[in-house]
Design a protein. Sequence first.
Lengths: 118, 224
Amino acid sequence: MRILIVVSCIIVLVLLFLTMQVPKIAENKIEQAINDVQSASEVQIEDQEALQDVVMKIVEQLESNQRTRLKYLVAAYLVIWLVFMLYLLRIGKQQQTLDQRLAQIELDASESKDESIE
Amino acid sequence: MGKQIKILLPLIAILLFLSIYLIFSYADVEVSMLEVQKIFYLHVSAAMTVYLAFGVNFIFSIKYLIKRKSDDDLLAASAAEIGLVFCTIVLLSGPIWARYAWHTWWTWEARLTSTLVLWLMYIGYFILRNALPADNRRTFSAVLGIIAFIDVPIVHYATKFWETKLHPERGTKLEVLPTIRNTWMIVLLTFIILFVILLVIQYKTKKTESRYEAIRRKHLQEFS
């Protein structure tokens, strides 16, 4: 039981770690990519600043969309993990109660045995 | 803890890690739903495990009514309990998917509604078990287990019966990438093994509980 709980905790931590890894593209890399594309193609855009602005906004939008999707993904996995954890805790508590009851019944049995001997 | 469980526990630990690795690193990102599609691996696998769990409940409920062995009743109740846990997972992960895909948390679509009815029926199964005295409990819950199972094929074929467009219809040939299919197979296997482990644990606990109750009753009779 403990193994399952530990494994599930590790899985959740791994998931959270993975979600934090949304790659943010650096500005200089975007600039470099615009220059590379322009030098490779015949089309030249004169207003470089406006072009960079538009591309930056597109990249930001795409990154924001990805973060939203990952939020849904993590929410679903967390809910599933929570249900499993609650169920495992319930099983653990059930077994603990049962152990206590069995110990009590053993104690009662030994006490009644002693009384009958006396 | 039984020998079988001791063998299955490391196996399930490995499979859980493998599943997570496959979902996030191996499986391709599906083009229409992108990262959100990765909910599918757990959602659909949980739904399949629900069928299996309630199927086990159905078989052992029938067996109990024929042979009247208390072990069959305990196995049926254990399977129903685990099935209910997996059904809760289906009902909670589904709306998260739906919010992104259909822009709503819930809709009274045939499959969603029949799954909710299935969940409520098995909730009723446990309410009945707890409410009835020990003598009647087994027979009545076995009968309810058999009746509740009728909803499983309804859930499965709901998209065909009511021709809804939200869930893909049964028999629809979807072009699934091999990486997605392989990952789903491993996750499904993981869930099935997890179900078997939980079933054995629950069955043993319930059996010990019923033995304890029998001893307690015997003691009470002796003292009175």
